[in-house]
Design a protein around this ligand. Structure first.
Ligand code: URA
Length: 205
């Protein structure tokens, strides 16, 4: 039981699992009221990129610009992420990008545990439908909500984790790089590992 706001617009995890395409899932997410975030934002920022991408990036949640445009990572952090992806040799259409929560937390605060938990079934189904080989978690919020609630990004970044047949790596969030230039080098080291491993997987298929 998820809580009561209206009736049929309140999706259960089971209903979410019954979406069999990304378009269907995105359409259903527009009507989601599983948490209070939807009340305070303009729209649902579902994801962007190739629905069949082998490489997926997961951030924290939409900011003001993302909420306005309805797309993840289109602000300053997004422009930096685009550069990182391009430097690794990929185009935007090679990857898929989503967030832990699909609605903007007010004032760009980090999503709370209940909000992330409420949004998780959408993200899990999104991952199942895309079926990527490698997922990069951007920042501690993504790390803590997807891998280890007590995980420290400073300790866990750059390490491979195998889960559900997917290889996961966490690294610093691009917004952290904008605040602290010294994080650029470690991120590049992490992304090179991602690139090398992902290219190896692609070659072996
Ligand atoms: N930061 C995120 O984590 N996600 C976005 O979509 C934009 C900025």
């Amino acid at each position: 039981m998820i809580g009561v706001i209206g009736d049929k617009e309140l999706f259960s995890g089971d209903e979410i699992k019954k979406c069999y395409t990304l378009e269907e899932l995105a359409g259903s997410a527009l009507r989601c009221r599983r948490c209070g975030l939807r009340k305070g934002c303009r729209g649902v920022v579902f994801g962007k990129g190739n629905p069949q991408a082998g490489l997926m990036f997961i951030g924290e949640g939409p900011g003001a610009e993302e909420d306005k445009q309805g797309l993840p990572f289109v602000g300053a952090a997004g422009q930096l992420l685009d550069k990182i992806i391009a430097a690794a040799g990929y185009s935007p259409s090679d990857v898929y990008i989503a967030n832990i929560v699909k609605c903007r937390p007010p004032g760009n605060r980090a999503p709370g545990r209940e909000e992330a938990d409420a949004c998780r079934p959408w993200l899990i189904r999104q991952i199942e439908l895309i079926n990527p080989a490698v997922i990069v978690l951007l920042g501690s919020v993504a790390l803590q909500h997807m891998v280890d609630p007590n995980g420290r990004i400073t300790k866990m970044r750059g390490q491979w984790i195998e889960k559900e047949g997917i290889e996961w790596m966490s690294t610093y969030h691009p917004a952290a790089l904008l605040r602290d230039e010294t994080k650029k080098r470690p991120v590049w080291e992490d992304i090179k590992k991602v690139r090398d491993r992902y290219n190896e997987i692609v070659k072996s298929i």
